[in-house]
Design a protein around this ligand. Structure first.
Ligand SMILES: [Zn+2]
Length: 109
């Protein structure tokens, strides 16, 4: 089975396909290949209590994006405006690029 993890890179626009954030889209901020997870801008916020540190007496609540498993997201084609399957092809002779199987839009330019 081909895992989708190599299809997704930083700054890609993706849509969440499962879980409580289903249907939301955002840009990939970070890819965590060893965990097979991604962090998406403004998606899956969790509240964390920050501990008081050093001189600061007060802790607080900070909101932070939590990683989502890569199998829960799909690359979003901006042209199709929907999550799409992608393929790979060579462009400019030898450069590997991802493209939308629906409209053939190339993602890696
Ligand atoms: Zn497309």
């Amino acid at each position: 089975m081909i895992t989708p993890k190599w299809h997704i890179k930083k700054n890609d626009l993706v849509m969440v396909m499962n879980g409580k954030e289903k249907g939301k889209s955002g840009r990939i901020l970070r890819v965590l290949p060893e965990k097979e997870k991604v962090i998406i801008e403004k998606i899956n916020f969790i509240k964390r209590h920050s501990r008081p540190q050093g001189q600061q007496k007060r802790g607080g609540i900070i909101e932070k994006e939590a990683p989502l498993h890569i199998s829960n997201v799909m690359l979003l084609c901006e042209k199709c405006n929907k999550p799409v399957r992608i393929g790979h092809r060579l462009i400019e002779g030898n450069k590997k690029a991802r493209f939308c199987r629906k409209c053939s839009e190339i993602f890696d330019k």
